[in-house]
Design a protein around this ligand. Sequence first.
Ligand SMILES: [Zn+2]
Length: 155
Amino acid sequence: MSVSTITVLCGSCKQQLGESSQLPPRERMPCPNCGATTRIFKMEAHVKVTPRVKSKLKHKRPGFKKPIYEQVSGDDLYRKTGLWSKLFRVIDRQNNRYKEEFINSETGEVLRSVDEPLARHVNRGSARKIGGSDETIASRRSCWRRARQALCKHR
Ligand SMILES: [Zn+2]
């Protein structure tokens, strides 16, 4: 969103005049200050800039590897829509909660709302990882076996 305004200044003494920039030159009134009819048009573009703010909060406790409480709030790019949205995310390890909310900053519409036990959230991610690594180990093992069989001349 940008709005541009044109300010009319006197071409001689640079005084700002309350004249329309659309006014034909022959209809110009002499400058009240110096009498000149030359003009300078100063264009100003007012661009609406929305500051992107994101704040992170972490509570750490000695003896705990991960922060016991994490909070992220502010502007974030919601990948699904590609729009800047308001993000609010809480990882509460003490109370075992995971909350995440994406809100369309223009309409206030809730794009995503998650409130679930943290354990479930974490397990889902790590379960996939474990599955992947098991598979890798298994295929590596069979590979070694095959390699051994191929290389072993006594068999
Ligand atoms: Zn003037």
